[in-house]
Every structure is written in C-alpha cells, then in structure tokens.
Design a binder for this molecule. Sequence first.
Ligand code: PEP
Ligand code: MN
Length: 296
Amino acid sequence: MDNKFPGKDISDEDIKSKFPLVAKKDPQHKSKFKIKNAEFGGSEIPVFAGPNMVESEKLIFDTANEVKKSGAKFLRGGAFKPLSFPYRSKKYTETRESGIEWLANVKKNTGIGIITEVMEDKYINLVSEVADIIQIGSRNMQNYPFITKIAKTGKPIMLKRHYGASLRDWLGAAEYILLEGNEKVILCERGVSVPHTHRQTSRFLLDLQVVPAAQEITHLPVVTDPSHATFWRKWVEPMSLASIASGVDGLMLEVHPKPEEAAVDPLQPIDFEEFNNLVKKMDSVAKALGKYVLSN
Ligand code: PEP
Ligand code: MN
C-alpha cells in the first residue's frame, strides 16, 4: 500500500525521505530513555504538573512539594511565556530570570525534575542549565533555526504540536532535533484549532487520535496536555483518563494551589486535591493496560 493510513497525509515515501530519524525502523521500535528518575517509552507514564506560569517562589515551592507527593516526576511552569495578548497587569508579568532562579532552587531543594519553556535565543543557555526538559511551545514548533539551536544543547526536549500543524509537519519539526544528534525528544499534543466544530465548547480540541497515529510512525514518546487542550478544568479529568487509554507515554497537567486565582488561564488548572485524586485514577487506567503512573 502506498499510504500508511487510510488518510493521505503521510506516505511510505514521506517516512523514508522526510523524517527517517523520527520514523520507526520496524513496527516494534520504540525509544526508551531516562530523564531524572523517570523512564519514557516503557511501561511508566511520567506526569509533569504545575502552574501555567512561575508566578512566585512560594507558589512553585508549594506546588512542587504537593505534586511530587502525589506522584508527579516533573514540575512544569513557564518563567518565559508566550502570552497571547501584550497588555499585562503586574500579576501577568513573566518572572523571566527570577523565575528560572526559583526553578533552580526548587529543583535543588525537592529533587523534582523541571520542564520549562524557552522563547528567545539569548535565554537558551540559562534555561538549559536548569531545565531537565526544555519545552518548545506550540507557537515555536516551526521556528526551525530556533529549535535547531535548542537541540544543540543536548538537553531532552518536549516539542509541542502547533495547534494548526498536521502530524506530518510535527514529525518534520522533530526531525530537525534528531538531526543534531539529540535523541531525547518527547512529542506533546496540546489541542488543535478546528473552527466551527468545537469553538462553542472550548478553545482547542484534544486530538487523541493523533496519539496512536504518531506512535504508528515514530519511535518517540508521545504525551498529551489536556489542560491547554480543554481550557476548562472540569474536562481535564476525563481527557486525562482518555489520554491514558489512547496510549500516551506521559501527561502534562496544570496544577495551581488556587486555580481561580492563577495569573494565566485560570479556567484550566486543577487544585492539589483534584490532582492527587486524578493521578490515582490515571494509575488505575494505566494498570488495566499493563502500565503505571505511580511507581510505589
Ligand atoms: C504552556 O505549556 O505553558 C504553553 C504555553 O503551551 P502551548 O505552547 O501548548 O500553548
Ligand atoms: Mn498556557
């Protein structure tokens, strides 16, 4: 058959010529790698949790301690943020270098792994000194010179799918990273923009079908971010459980001590107790599939 899928987006020829490093060499091929004490690509499903934005030192210390207790392996949070609108009160201001310093302190004191985004060339070195995983945000997925520079740090990278990108384009972007010899790449589906079908219910639509589709083609781990996709905390639980069922290799979740007071996207984070309960449910679903979230 000429095409990999019933759809026409990716052909066997594309796999050979456009993303040979990202593509599986055989149907069983799956990348397995350790970052801190988490293993990606095996039966563990590591969780990244934390606030959207690194708002204050206290906020990230409290959150790191709580999410770690509940089973998260990594603290998420942006000190550098792709904020959709430029007008900000003090509360919305990125914490930038201070935020990175707080992340470094939280890592030293709690031992939790750090995943955080970099937005500009000049901060790549600073971010790579602290981050265990560098996040390339959806908006930068196709900034190829930028992602090539980040790849050169040799640090593990999580590449978020742009909300308008096809699977083909997402894998093409990942190929740029592997081409630099950097093989610790995690792909993150964070919701796609599909005007007229979902707009009345949420800002983005979590494309769960892309999880098995991506895994059909690539050996790289695939995770989802149900918080950004649903934009609404009430749907984070069902879409997280569905993500596990879809076969994800990890999950990113927004968690905040006082969700309604979050400086950015206050509709989407869940609180500590909701997170703790959700992790247990995710672990149950994972275990039914021969995987696990909680390593005991
Ligand atoms: C984020 O994870 O903080 C973020 C900005 O995500 P995205 O790039 O998916 O919008
Ligand atoms: Mn965000």
